[in-house]
Design a protein around this ligand. Structure first.
Ligand code: NI
Length: 257
């Protein structure tokens, strides 16, 4: 069975067939999904989805590219929602320097506000970091003692950066990019990362694996990522499913499920 540790089923790409798709998940081998907040609005929608589908959990938080909209009042609201039983993480939060807006100082400010929230609620964090390796690492190092667990979502950095995060006991979110033809750097990192630190994630509707690259992604496609991972790690796909399921449960539920 599959645990999709990072999805965005609140996205409008699913407006036409969301219910049908989600209702078929268990039948199609997907046991759990964590729907991750990216803005205030998507966090609200994610909470509604968690109320509706027993196997769907949620993370509350605001993506760096959306952090320009945040206010102190929003942080209070996020903290209140974080207490709900099906909220299992704070995310996705972090730094994204690929886009010029909002500027770095604003991104850092709200990243740290949400790290503080994770510290206060004792929830794990889901980190989005793009073209911001050093700043992300510096900030996470400085918060290490306040935080429980963390995952670097859609890990896209080198083996050397992976080593730094392993030293801090982080997990690594691995998805469709692993199947892309130009994934050489990622494959090197994945060869290096121990199996007990890998979480399978779609980031759907984005980042569909080959042969669906460019199309709408969904949790059942993680089968293709598991297939590629089994080739790289030289273990069976079944072992990949068992190990990544255990990893995801340890990460989100503290191993209690
Ligand atoms: Ni995402």
């Amino acid at each position: 069975m599959i645990f999709d540790t990072h999805a965005h089923y609140d996205d409008e790409a699913f407006d036409k067939d969301r219910d049908e798709l989600l209702k078929g998940m268990n039948r199609n081998g997907v046991e759990f999904i964590v729907n991750v907040g990216a803005s205030m609005d998507s966090t609200k929608k994610a909470l509604e989805l968690a109320d509706k589908y027993p196997f769907l959990y949620t993370a509350v938080g605001v993506h760096p590219s959306e952090s320009g909209e945040l206010t102190e009042k929003d942080i209070v609201w996020l903290k209140e929602k974080a207490a709900k039983p099906k909220v299992v993480a704070i995310g996705e939060i972090g730094l994204d320097y690929y886009w010029p807006d909002p500027d770095k100082a604003i991104q850092k400010k709200w990243f740290e506000k949400q790290l503080q929230l994770a510290g206060e609620t004792k929830l794990p964090i889901i980190v989005h970091s793009r073209d911001a390796a050093q700043d992300t690492l510096d900030i996470l190092k400085s918060w290490k003692k306040d935080l429980t667990r963390g995952v670097i979502h859609c890990f896209s950095y080198t083996k050397e950066i992976a080593r730094e995060y392993l030293n801090m006991d982080y997990y690594f979110g691995i998805g469709g990019v692993l199947t892309f033809k130009n994934a050489k750097k990622l494959i090197e990192a994945v060869e290096y990362i121990p199996m007990d630190r890998i979480l399978l994630e779609t980031d759907c509707p984005y980042l569909a694996p080959e042969p669906y690259r460019g199309k709408r992604n969904q949790s059942t496609y993680l089968d293709l990522v598991a297939e590629r991972l089994s080739e790289i790690k030289k273990i069976s796909k079944e072992e990949i499913f068992v190990q990544t399921m255990q990893n995801a449960k340890n990460f989100y539920f503290g191993g209690s499920l």
